[in-house]
Design a protein around this ligand. Structure first.
Ligand code: AMP
Length: 612
């Protein structure tokens, strides 16, 4: 096996690496280090996050730095403040035994004067975010005319974040003869064009295939309807009691909303996005790094630079708009030799987005059913039993109480006692999940051949039909009704938030519409209670027979309001709709914590998991 010594690094660096526990070089290090040591040629490196790329570019530069020269000799550009700080910290660690060497990070959101003071002392290696670097160049506080190395780390992210102009400016003030090292996990057109414009005949290396995800990550997808997306997320958290995860959202608003709901529902979660102040972001990241926080809900940009190696899951609450971002997201798990799972929660309609991602990462998503209540109970129960098994008993403290406890429990045998103690912790959970609905989209359950069902509108419609009730409404075209106005009228009734509306059929004097069948009663009641009218006409809404279609074989889903049997047949659905509500409110074990404490007389480690 290759050693760092074989790669040509000196004793001081190797000693520092040994202190860090680095025994052997990673693949990207094995390829990049000798290349940069031996050649002045530019380098284009395809490397995922978490593959050891900081050392891959940092070590050969440290090896060649002239410590006696106080000029800035290398500038490393990184997309975020967090990543810049992380890189600077790593370089400090690598250079621990290099007397007189200095590195500094420059980034926005912190005092520029402080950074200028540092620069004035002379810094060999600067790690900067593009914006602050340009600012310092403009103020003539950062001189890059003597740099030998320019490193673009996570070039794709820098371009994604709109730093093209800043990169142009920085590249323009660096000398022509420098060596440029470009590291990127993905190589979209924009990155290729940077390479083309600013690099001279670059040597290409790669750890793993271009744009390909880590082999350590398995990719799964869950198909749910839009309204079940959040509940599916909670089940993923519930079925994995030891989850340590980032949930990715596309927008700051979505991020905050998901985090707020999780917090309200008692999960140990928090949000990380650009609307937070730097101090808030730092605090959240610190809590997540030291595992006080179990679930981080984040935007793609905000999560960059968060150096966490042992995530169990990455969850795509919604898939990213740019498919390359999926590689970055999933690359947050399966790092440093560990295995990880990347989960995409998609609606049947969004399944079409998986195929291009599969092509990009060179791996297949595995269709996975949303965990059932039973699976969740089993996992949580086993976790509880493990905790009971491993708990340290404080004999001295508990001894005084034992006689009266034994006396109270006299007559209960071992099995009975176990059952009762377990139930104490578990009853709420069991009761809750006993009636929990199946969250899998029916399309998913119908067959395993997802390729044939993917993107198929007709299937989607058919699936939706089964979840819809059909309503008659006594107004039509002659009343100036059109689909948009009907949707407006339905929304005005405020039946439920984001209620799904299905097919609409406008006829001359009356019309039909379909709505989520779980809200069948609420729909009728809302129209009635609101005394709804349309252009002065009293509106009357009734449940009606489902439209017969050739495909569904004319099956009756709804039953007309006059069909009493049909109505009765739907009472189960009504019950489900009531049961669904707690899924949003459920606080899981978090709520039971105080009982657990008194039951087992212990401070429970997993109480960290959920806030009270
Ligand atoms: P990076 O891709 O540079 O962010 O590195 C990912 C993680 O792997 C960091 O926590 C590094 O400390 C760790 N790492 C990098 N190279 C090695 C190595 N050769 N041996 C062990 N750990 C490493």
């Amino acid at each position: 096996m290759t050693t760092f010594k074989d790669l040509g690094l000196n004793e001081n660096i190797i000693k520092a690496l040994t202190d860090l526990g680095y025994e052997n070089p990673t693949e990207i290090q094995e390829k990049a280090i000798p290349q940069v040591l031996a050649s002045k040629a530019d380098l284009k490196a395809f490397a995922q996050t978490g593959t050891g790329k900081t050392a891959a570019f940092g070590l050969p530069i440290l090896e060649q730095i002239d410590i006696n020269n106080r000029d800035t000799q290398a500038i490393i550009l990184s997309p975020t403040r967090e990543l810049a700080l992380q890189i600077a910290k790593n370089i400090e660690e690598f250079s621990k035994y290099m007397k007189g060497f200095s590195v500094a990070a420059v980034y926005g959101g912190a005092s520029i004067e402080e950074q200028i003071r540092k620069l004035k002392k002379g810094v060999h290696v600067i790690v900067g975010t593009p914006g602050r670097t340009v600012d310092l160049i403009n103020r003539k506080q950062l001189k890059l005319e003597n740099v030998n190395w320019l490193i673009l780390d996570e070039a794709d992210e820098m371009l994604n974040m709109g730093f093209k102009d800043e990169l142009d400016k920085i590249l323009a003030v660096t000398p022509k003869e420098k060596q440029t090292l470009l590291f990127s996990a993905t190589f979209p057109r924009e990155v290729e064009s940077i390479a083309k414009n600013y690099m001279h005949k670059p040597v290409e290396i790669s750890a793993g295939e271009k744009n390909k995800g880590s082999d350590q990550v398995s990719h799964q997808y869950y198909v749910v309807s839009e309204r079940n997306r959040y509940n599916a997320l909670k089940r993923i958290a519930d079925v994995n009691p030891d989850i340590y995860s980032i949930i990715f959202c596309r927008t700051r608003r979505e991020t905050q909303e998901v985090a707020d709901k999780l917090i309200k529902d008692g999960y140990n979660a928090d949000a990380l996005h650009g609307d937070l102040s730097q101090a808030q972001r730092d605090s959240v990241m610190e809590k997540f790094r030291n595992k006080t926080l179990q679930i981080l809900v984040a935007t793609d940009v905000a999560a960059r630079g968060l150096d966490v190696n042992d995530l169990t899951h990455v969850i795509n609450h919604k898939l990213p708009d740019q498919i390359e971002s999926y590689t970055h997201r999933s690359g947050r798990t399966g790092r440093a030799g560990k295995v990880g799972i990347s989960i995409a929660i998609v609606t049947a309609r969004e399944k079409g987005k998986l195929r291009p991602i599969e092509r990009l990462i060179g791996k297949q998503f595995v269709s996975t059913p949303v965990p059932t209540g039973k699976e969740i109970c089993q996992n949580q129960l086993l976790k509880l039993i493990d905790k009971v098994h491993d708990i340290k008993v404080n004999d001295i403290e508990i001894n005084d109480f034992l006689p009266s406890i034994y006396e109270k429990l006299e007559g209960l045998d071992r099995e009975e006692l176990i059952k009762r103690f377990v139930s104490l912790e578990f009853n709420t959970f069991l009761t809750y999940y006993q009636n929990a609905p199946d969250l899998n989209d029916s399309d998913q359950m119908r067959g395993s051949d997802r390729n044939s069902s993917r993107d198929s509108d007709t299937r989607g419609k058919r699936r939706d039909d089964e979840n819809m009730s059909r309503f008659f409404i006594n107004i039509g075209r002659k009343d100036n009704l059109n689909p948009a106005r009907l949707i407006g009228l339905i929304n005005d009734q405020k039946i439920a938030k984001n209620i799904e509306i299905g097919q609409i059929e406008i006829l001359d004097t009356f019309s039909f519409f379909e709505l989520d069948k779980n809200y069948q009663d609420e729909t009728i009641a809302s129209f009635k209670e609101n005394g709804a009218d349309f252009e002065g006409r009293n509106v009357n809404v009734e449940i009606t027979e489902k439209k017969r279609t050739g495909r569904s074989g004319g099956r009756r889903d709804g039953g007309s309001s006059s069909e009493r049997g049909g109505d009765r047949a739907k009472s189960g659905d009504r019950k489900r709709s009531r049961d669904r509500k707690p899924e949003g409110d459920f606080s899981g074990f978090g709520r039971k914590r105080p009982d657990t404490k008194s039951a087992f007389g212990t401070t429970d480690k997993s109480s960290k998991r959920r806030k009270r």
